[in-house]
Ligand binder design. Structure first.
Ligand SMILES: [Zn+2]
Length: 442
């Protein structure tokens, strides 16, 4: 580690990175045109929110198609059978524009049908259809049908149209959903839930067989009380308590890292940080080779390995350019990365007086599990393992996500340098990080 000098002079680079991160990676928007995705991994978890920290609702298998509602943090919000709404990692699916053949055809059976902007009779009127008009139905909910209309989408009341077949083109469930389960769990990370749909029912118990006393409009925030199977016990602003189905609401996003048992590396977003770069060359070998060269080579080897396993890998730099310390953890924070790994090589005061690898963490509660998982694997490297140490590094200190900094040998030790500069050692490091993360996400 060497501190880059005069970082304020590099301010334009910081701003540029922040813009890239802000616009490119953290885009939260409702898709303007209707899109459909197809699962490309063998099995993909459908989660209650956009990240690994949310519970798994069900799983989807390769080839299944789903409709995209919105996008956040590189995750797609999708509509499932039974009008459930869940989230899948965008890098595990193929995204295609919807084609008419994958949807159902319907005809207007009433004298006319109003086409509205959303699924309620007070929303903006987009136009009118006449009896016999043929339309493409994208999906249906609560008595309304979303249709393709003038190269966009609109809604008509389902009672005014007749669909030519009755099988909705939605995903097949591969796991059972225990709607009537009465096992009560606590999910301390959820503070509130927000309704996704209009007419969300507040029921007296955790199943659709219970009566409902109230309905809520979409985007109503409810205070989370407890969890019961796939239902949330909630309290509204007027003090009413009851149950809402977890698949019609979105739990509050949380920065808290909650590990669930069904996670896997393929769903994870990993930020890899190649130390130094550009004018900040890092430490020097005895032959005046730069640390920045080998941090990038090593990061590229790790990235290749993790991407082959299906992980979403984001690099703080992918070329020999200067990036200040401050924006590096910002990358992980913005995209709510599941892990951040910074790669460096050590240097001792005098050449050839120290050797080995060290795993640094900053927060014992947030980082230590990751540090242990990775250090258990870097022990297999040919260099001495110097263990896990506390390190007050900015890339760790400013990081809200689980993060570690790996010093993978002393660059000014000639023996260490022979390893550091070899592609075989870089491959070994990649395997160690891959194995460490696999254990971590188990
Ligand atoms: Zn360094």
């Amino acid at each position: 580690m060497q501190k880059p000098l005069n970082w304020l002079k590099r301010y334009p680079a910081v701003i540029l990175l922040l813009i890239i991160v802000g616009v490119g990676l953290f885009a939260t928007h409702v898709l303007a045109t209707y899109q459909q995705i197809t699962i490309k991994a063998n099995v993909v978890n459908v989660r209650q929110g956009p990240g690994l920290s949310y519970d798994v609702m069900e799983q989807a298998s390769k080839g299944e198609s789903m409709n995209v509602i919105s996008q956040k943090n590189n995750w797609y919000q999708v509509r499932l059978s039974g009008d459930k709404i869940g989230w899948v990692a965008s890098w595990l699916v193929d995204n295609t524009e919807v084609s008419a053949t994958s949807n159902r055809v319907a005809k207007v059976t009433y004298t006319f049908a109003n086409v509205r902007k959303s699924s309620n009779s007070t929303s903006q009127l987009l136009g009118k259809l006449n009896k016999g008009d043929q339309i493409t139905v994208l999906y249906q909910q609560n008595g309304w049908s979303q249709i393709k209309y003038n190269n966009a989408v609109g809604w008509v009341q389902s009672s005014l149209i007749s669909v030519t077949d009755d099988a909705p083109t939605t995903v097949q469930k591969t796991t059972t959903t225990a709607d009537s389960s009465s096992t009560t769990q606590t999910s301390t990370d959820i503070q509130s839930v927000t309704t996704q749909l209009n007419d969300t029912k507040l029921r007296s118990g955790p199943a659709t067989t219970y009566d409902y006393s109230k309905t809520y409009a979409a985007n109503t925030k409810l205070t989370y009380v407890s969890k019961s199977g796939l239902w949330y016990q909630v309290k509204d602003a007027d003090g009413n308590t009851g149950y809402v189905a977890s698949w019609v609401v979105t739990p509050s996003a949380t920065d808290e890292v909650v590990k669930t048992s069904a996670t896997s590396l393929s769903e994870a977003t990993i930020v890899l940080d190649a130390g130094h770069g550009g004018s900040d060359v890092g430490a020097l070998s005895t032959g005046d080779k730069y640390e920045k060269t080998y941090t990038l080579e090593t990061v590229n080897a790790i990235a290749k390995k993790l991407r082959a396993a299906g992980a979403n890998v984001v690099l703080t730099r992918s070329s020999d350019k200067f990036i200040d310390l401050a924006p590096r953890p910002v990358v992980a924070n913005k995209i709510k990365a599941d892990a951040f790994i910074s790669i460096h090589f050590d240097s001792s005061t005098n050449a050839n007086e120290a050797s080995g690898t060290t795993t640094y963490y900053y927060s014992s509660s947030k980082d230590n599990t990751l540090a242990k998982a990775i250090n258990a694997q870097t022990k297999t490297l040919p260099l001495t393992n110097r263990g896990i140490e506390y390190g007050n590094y900015q890339v760790l200190r400013d990081n809200k996500r689980p993060s570690v900094l790996l010093e993978l040998g002393y660059i000014n030790n000639d023996t260490d340098f022979n390893y550091i500069s070899s592609s075989s050692y870089q491959e070994q490091v990649a395997t160690a990080v891959y194995n460490g993360l696999t254990d971590y996400f188990k």
